[in-house]
Design a protein around this ligand. Structure first.
Ligand code: ZN
Length: 243
């Protein structure tokens, strides 16, 4: 095995020797796999370890391919030509169609993806801006319904119920919770996998009890979502803060 150039499924495998590590360890992040090798570990053992994890790496890389690359705008698709958007953590076909109805309608289908049906009576120049508005409204209603269910199940029994949940599209924040009990969520979260969205809702309603990032706050988050660290990493890698 040539350690310098090893790639599995197009993903470079990085080796790091450690004096502190007691055993071989593998960690995976989008686009990178790192193997921690205890000092003095026989090369044959390292090779066997990597070989044993080939299927695991393949599974990880398959999952990454379906994730949004950082910075890709999931909520502002092009109306000019059919393409793809990132919807709920997956690359999803996006297109438009004309309808003889009076109002725009968004249709989601597991195979065909998302289609915005635009009234043919609308002048061509207003179709795109109005289509964007219809899509934003549809995203808000989808995410709003889901947030309400999460709050009903996890929040209500603990007395964590926001006064209102609002959606907007700020550039720098995924979510926030104001002192007056209003939770704001970023519409771009429609591009995140459902468990990540769930974490953001739980994080914000935890602020209704602890309006800070104290140890007690994180203790409550842990109780609400034991896998919160993974979800926080996902959000951080996409460059926006969580209030
Ligand atoms: Zn916070």
């Amino acid at each position: 095995m040539n350690r310098e150039t090893l790639e599995i499924g197009g993903i470079p495998v990085e080796f790091r020797e450690s004096r502190r590590a007691r055993r071989l360890r593998m960690e995976a992040r989008p686009g990178m796999v790192r193997v921690t090798v205890p000092h003095g570990c026989p090369p044959a053992e390292v090779s066997r370890f990597v070989a044993d994890h080939t299927a695991w790496i393949a599974e990880k890389t398959r999952a990454w391919r379906e994730l949004a690359p950082p910075g890709e705008g999931p909520v502002e698709p092009s109306f000019a030509a059919p393409g793809h958007i990132v919807f709920r953590g997956r690359r999803t076909p996006f297109g438009t169609a004309l309808t003889d109805r009076a109002r725009a309608r968004v249709v989601w289908d597991a195979t065909a993806g998302i289609t915005v049906h635009l009234p043919d009576r609308w002048p061509p120049e207003v179709r795109e801006p109005r289509g964007h508005r219809a899509l934003a409204k549809w995203y808000d209603s989808l995410l709003g319904g889901e947030a309400a269910r999460i709050i009903e199940i996890e929040g209500k029994p603990r007395g964590l119920v926001p006064r209102e949940v609002r959606f907007s599209q700020p550039r720098t924040r995924w979510g926030s919770c104001a002192r007056n009990g209003i939770v704001r969520l970023n519409r771009r979260l429609v591009g995140a996998p459902a468990p990540v969205f769930r974490y953001v809702v739980l994080h914000e309603i935890a602020h209704l009890r602890h309006p800070d990032h104290s140890a007690r706050f994180w203790g409550l988050v842990e109780e609400l979502d034991p896998t919160w660290r993974e979800h926080r990493t996902w959000l951080r890698e996409r460059g926006m803060a969580l209030g």
